[in-house]
Design a protein around this ligand. Structure first.
Ligand SMILES: Cc1cc2nc3c(=O)[nH]c(=O)nc-3n(C[C@H](O)[C@H](O)[C@H](O)COP(=O)(O)OP(=O)(O)OC[C@H]3O[C@@H](n4cnc5c(N)ncnc54)[C@H](O)[C@@H]3O)c2cc1C
Length: 505
């Protein structure tokens, strides 16, 4: 195991994609196995030294940034232990990079759908944040694919968990037994979960609660994930994808509405077919992503072929087979024409190579936003809220009207299928940055008022814990703190993440 304490060696581990300043730590540990993780935690726990778990640090809310104490980096626990083609399962160590895993799985003719836009993250990081992405519209977030976890608890004890094996019974508690026989009884928080398609604000608490779900999305606060078993899907035969441009917002929104409706009804198996030249086929999108007019202008610096003068664009994708490909293409075309998409300037593909280009187009947006913000010497201010379906059109209007009135540069893009968009503000100076923070607070308030969540996928980390207080209130933060204490009585792990410190002391 490597142990480092020189500032030069630690520097990379003191920040993440949030650029939150002030990170500092005394020591960095790079363990080679779970036993060493346990050793580090045992010593830290005995001496009450704070420990921060570090994945690939692509997180956007400061979750992996230490403010004192020790850092455990999981970069050397990076083996793909097995890929079982027959049973559609894989076992990996947490430090495996998502892109490497997806390549390995693909080579076996299998498919692992979770696709946060940043593929350089670690699988452990995606489990700890319950990451989701564009394809979560059809396949769900990381949680849907986690069937087993090995956890090292803050006192160094090992806790193996399999989905379905530890479920809460009647009442508010869940009981877990560690490898060495210790019992942990934790009270499950009682808050209602917002009625949105994606939500990572607070510990998962759906009843009956499977213990494994507590750790998924717990942002490095309850234990260190040292092994992960994932379920896989057979690789789809093909995909049909398009980036389609609209001249009017309302036509774009009505297109999205219809794609969502048909996709949901197909999944619920209640019909949902669209006629195309007498052939009836089912439109069932895997992803529906949005770019507003400003996002298109912004990205045209890197992709000059982007058509100008558009109100916005939608990136969609659907699984195809050799048998249904032609009919599906025709059905999508009919729907696009019905909603007046400008099909002549739009982009379509059924090849993997061009699909990669479309995904690169989508990925380039958040990356360019980060670059612009750094160039402006400002911090990124980007929203991650999701609202209930019925509130979405009004919320999008609120974003645009408020931002237009502010005069601050911005772009809006993201997961429109899940009513979850990222409004990214691009302040040019300190005054605009201050006003942007104020606007961010207004968006948070509006999302909460509409019954939404303050974080649909990026997590709470350190940057958003004060807003979690606004969303949840003191009573539920106290319940979250009580749950954390059940696993981490000395409060050493992931300090400052999710639950503000004052609730833990
Ligand atoms: C350009 C860009 C686009 C992005 N797009 C998306 C997106 O579409 N969807 C999305 O969900 N996210 C997105 N993200 C955020 C980020 O990529 C994800 O949150 C990712 O899952 C973080 O993984 P990581 O390995 O980088 O974790 P880190 O940033 O290192 O850590 C994240 C949190 O997990 C904890 N953690 C990490 N590993 C472990 C472990 N083994 N055990 C316990 N706790 C652990 C850390 O302590 C921290 O609290 C994006 C980020 C960027 C920069």
């Amino acid at each position: 195991m490597q142990v480092k304490s020189q500032l030069d060696d630690l520097q990379n581990y003191l920040t993440d994609a949030s650029n939150m300043p002030g990170g500092h730590a005394e020591k960095l540990f790079v363990p080679d196995n779970a036993g060493e993780v346990a050793e580090i935690l045992r010593e830290a726990n005995e001496n009450r030294i704070p420990v921060t778990v570090s994945g690939a640090r692509t997180g956007t809310v400061g979750g992996a940034i230490p403010f004192g104490g020790w850092v455990i980096s999981l970069e050397k626990l990076n083996k793909i232990i097995s890929i079982d083609k027959d049973n559609l399962r894989a076992v990996v160590e947490p430090g495996v990079i998502l892109a490497d895993f997806q390549k390995a799985v693909d080579a076996e003719g299998l498919f692992y759908p979770p696709d946060p836009t940043e593929w350089s993250c670690q699988i452990g990081g995606t489990v700890a944040t319950n990451a989701s992405g564009a394809r979560s519209f059809k396949y769900g977030a990381t949680r849907e694919f986690v069937v087993g976890l090995k956890i090292v608890l803050p006192n160094g004890e090992m806790l193996p968990l399999r989905r379905g094996s530890t479920i809460s019974s009647v009442g508010d508690h869940i009981e877990l037994t560690t490898d060495s026989g210790s019992k942990i009884i934790a009270k499950i928080p009682t808050y209602d979960r917002p009625n949105v398609r994606k939500n990572v604000s607070g510990f998962f608490n759906e009843r009956p609660l499977d213990a494994i779900d507590l750790f998924i999305g717990s942002e490095g606060t309850l234990g260190v994930i040292t092994e992960i078993e994932l379920s896989l899907l057979p690789k789809p035969k093909g995909f049909f994808s398009g980036i389609v441009f609209f001249r009017k917002d309302d036509e774009l929104l009505s297109f999205v509405d219809e794609v969502k409706r048909t996709s949901f009804s197909v999944r619920e198996d209640v019909g949902g077919t669209v006629a195309a030249e007498g052939v009836r086929v089912s439109l069932d999108a895997t992803l529906i992503e949005y770019f507003d007019d400003r996002a298109l202008n912004f990205i045209s610096e890197k992709f000059p072929e982007t058509p100008s003068g558009m109100a916005g664009a939608i990136f969609f994708e659907q699984e195809t087979t050799a048998e249904n490909e032609d009919e599906l293409l025709e059905a999508w075309n009919c729907l696009l024409e019905k909603h007046n998409a400008d099909v002549d300037v739009s982009w379509f593909t059924t090849t993997e190579q061009d699909l990669e280009k479309m995904r690169a187009f989508r990925h380039a947006l958040p990356v360019s936003v980060n670059e612009r913000v750094v160039r402006n010497e400002q911090k990124k201010i980007g929203t991650d809220m999701a609202v209930p379906d019925e509130a979405f059109p009004g919320f999008l209007r609120f974003y645009k009207d408020t931002l237009d009135a502010s005069g601050i540069d911005y772009v809006i893009f993201g997961h429109i299928g899940d009513c979850h968009l990222h409004a990214n503000l691009l302040p040019k100076d300190d005054d605009e940055a201050e006003r942007s923070r104020h606007l961010y607070g207004r968006f948070i308030a509006q999302a909460i008022m509409l019954g939404g969540t303050i974080s649909a996928e990026h997590g709470i980390g350190k940057l958003k814990s004060k807003y979690l207080n606004v969303m949840m209130g003191e009573r539920y933060l106290n319940e979250m703190a009580e749950l954390k204490r059940a696993f981490d009585p000395n409060g050493i792990l992931g300090c400052g993440n999710m639950v503000p410190e004052r609730f833990l002391t």
